[in-house]
Design a protein around this ligand. Structure first.
Ligand SMILES: NC(=O)c1ccc[n+]([C@@H]2O[C@H](COP(=O)([O-])OP(=O)(O)OC[C@H]3O[C@@H](n4cnc5c(N)ncnc54)[C@H](O)[C@@H]3O)[C@@H](O)[C@H]2O)c1
Length: 409
C-alpha cells in the first residue's frame, strides 16, 4: 500500500492525534502540512513535526497548491462549514471531525458541497472502529443474536468530564457550540444506527439541565474556584485538573502539565469558574427513544452523573442478548437456553490516541480505504448525516416536550 499525504487543520486535542499517528507510522501517512492559528501551537507544530509545512491561515495553504490525499479538519464545530467547504472546493477529500456542523442547515450545506465538488468526506465516528463495537457488529452479522429487536445504550459522561467539557469548556453552550445530543451523543446515534442496520424513522427525547446552575450553588461559593472557600466540592477545578482531568488542562495551557503550570494557567480562566455559575446551557441528562424501519426500537440515556466515564450496551435479539461495557473490554453473548459466551477485547495494539482504540483503528482504516482496500467501519457523509439527523430530531423533540419527530433524509 502507498503512503498517503495528510494535512491537519487545527492542532488542538484532536488534530494532535492525527499528527501523532502520522509521526508514529510514517510509512502510512506523510504529514505534509499543519494549519494552526494559535501562536503557541504554531511553535509546537514547528518543533514537533519539523518536516511539515506550517501555515497560520488556511487561505494561504489553499493558495499554495499543496497536494494531499486527505485533510483532517479538526477545528471547532462552528467552523466546520467554512473550513470543509473551502477545502472541498479546492479538490481536497476530508476527514472531518464530528459533529459535521453544529446545526442542521450547515450539515446539509456540507453534504451538498461534497456532492457538488465530488469529494469524499469521512466523519470521525471513532467508536465504529473500536475493537469493542467492531466485535459487536461481527456478532450481529454472524446471526448469533437472531434478529436484533431492541438496543439500549447508555453514555455515562463522568462528573468531571461533564464539568470540564460541557459546563466550563468548549461545548458548554448550545448556541455557541452544539447541543449535547449532537456534541457528545452523535457517536452513539451513529453506533445505534450502525448496529441496527436499518434507518431510524422517528425519535422522541426528554432531558434538561438539572444540576449545574445557580440554584445548586453552595452558600458563599465564589465565581472562581481559586477564590472559593467551600470545602469538599468535588467540582473544584484545582482538584479536577490535578487529578482525573489533568490531560484536559491542555485546553488552557500549552506548557508541560506539572502541578505548578496547571494551577498557574488555570487561575481565573473559564475552566476555573464555579460549575454552578458558568455560561452553560447544555443538558446534564437526556433520554432518547428511537423507532426503526420495521418497528424495532432503541433507547439511549446520557447522564453527567457517573463516577467514571463509560458506555454500556445491551442488544436484545430473537435468539440471544448481548451485553458489554466498552471501557471494561468485555462482551457477553447470552443465548436463550444455552451457555453464556464471554469475549475479552484486546486493545493493546492501539498505541496512538484514545477512545478505546477507536482513534488508532480509524486512522488504520482510512489508510486502507485511501489505498482502495476494504476497511471495516469506514463510511462517508451519506451515512453519517443520518445519525446527525437523529441528533437534530432528538433535540427538536426535547425542546418540544418529547413530541415524536420524523427523521427524513
Ligand atoms: N471524534 C471525537 O471523538 C471527538 C472528540 C472530541 C472533540 N471532537 C471534535 O473535534 C473538533 C476539535 O476539537 P478539539 O477538542 O481538538 O478542540 P481544540 O480547541 O483543542 O482544537 C481546535 C484547534 O483548532 C485551532 N484553530 C481554530 N480555528 C482555526 C483556524 N481558523 N485556522 C487554524 N487553526 C484554527 C485552534 O487554535 C485549536 O488548536 C471539534 O469539532 C470537536 O467537537 C471530536
Amino acid at each position: 500500500m502507498q503512503t498517503k499525504k495528510l494535512v491537519v487543520l487545527g492542532l488542538g486535542a484532536r488534530g494532535k492525534i492525527y499528527a501523532t499517528y502520522a509521526k508514529t507510522y510514517p510509512e502510512k501517512f506523510d504529514l505534509v502540512a499543519i494549519i494552526e492559528n494559535d501562536p503557541d501551537r504554531i511553535e509546537i507544530a514547528k518543533n514537533t513535526y519539523p518536516t511539515a509545512q506550517v501555515f497560520s491561515d488556511y487561505k494561504d495553504f489553499l493558495k499554495a497548491g499543496i497536494s494531499a490525499d486527505i485533510v483532517a479538519v479538526a477545528t471547532q464545530d462552528k467552523d466546520h462549514k467554512e473550513h470543509s467547504i473551502a477545502f472541498m472546493e479546492k479538490g481536497y477529500d476530508l476527514l472531518l471531525e464530528k459533529p459535521i456542523a453544529n446545526n442542521k442547515q450547515d450539515c446539509i450545506d456540507i453534504y451538498n458541497a461534497s456532492k457538488k465538488y465530488g469529494r469524499k468526506v469521512i466523519i470521525c465516528h471513532v467508536l465504529r472502529y473500536t475493537p469493542f463495537y467492531s466485535t459487536v457488529k461481527r456478532v450481529i452479522d454472524s446471526g448469533k443474536l437472531g434478529e436484533v429487536i431492541t438496543i439500549h445504550a447508555s453514555e455515562n459522561v463522568g462528573y468531571y468530564h461533564q464539568a470540564h467539557s460541557f459546563v466550563r469548556g468548549p461545548w458548554q453552550n448550545s448556541k455557541e457550540s452544539s447541543p449535547m445530543i449532537l456534541a457528545k451523543c452523535c457517536h452513539d446515534m451513529d453506533i445505534i444506527r450502525y448496529l441496527m442496520g436499518e434507518e431510524c424513522k422517528k425519535v422522541s427525547s426528554f432531558g434538561d439541565l438539572f444540576y449545574f446552575n445557580s440554584e445548586h450553588a453552595p452558600k458563599n461559593s465564589a465565581e472562581y474556584c481559586s477564590d472559593c472557600k467551600v470545602e469538599d466540592c468535588v467540582f473544584k477545578a484545582q482538584k479536577i485538573y490535578l487529578e482525573q482531568g489533568r490531560d484536559f488542562s491542555s485546553y488552557f495551557t500549552t506548557k508541560e502539565l506539572t502541578d505548578e503550570n496547571v494551577l498557574q494557567d488555570l487561575k481565573h480562566t473559564q475552566y476555573d469558574k464555579c460549575v454552578y455559575k458558568s455560561n452553560n446551557d447544555v443538558v446534564d441528562h437526556q433520554v432518547t427513544i428511537m423507532q426503526f424501519e420495521k418497528g424495532k426500537t432503541a433507547t439511549h440515556t446520557m447522564t453527567a452523573f457517573s463516577k467514571e466515564i463509560y458506555r454500556d450496551l445491551k442488544i436484545h435479539g430473537t435468539k440471544a442478548e448481548l451485553v458489554g461495557v466498552i471501557e471494561e473490554n468485555w462482551i457477553e453473548i447470552r443465548p436463550y437456553g444455552k451457555e453464556v459466551e464471554r469475549i475479552e477485547i484486546d486493545v493493546s495494539k492501539a498505541n496512538v490516541g484514545g477512545h478505546m482504540g477507536g482513534d488508532f483503528y480509524m486512522m488504520d482504516g482510512i489508510y486502507k480505504d485511501l489505498n482502495g482496500e476494504k476497511a471495516d467501519g469506514v463510511t462517508y457523509l451519506d451515512v453519517s448525516i443520518e445519525s446527525h439527523l437523529m441528533s437534530f430530531g432528538a433535540e427538536e423533540s426535547r425542546l418540544d416536550g418529547g413530541r415524536p419527530v420524523d427523521i427524513k433524509k
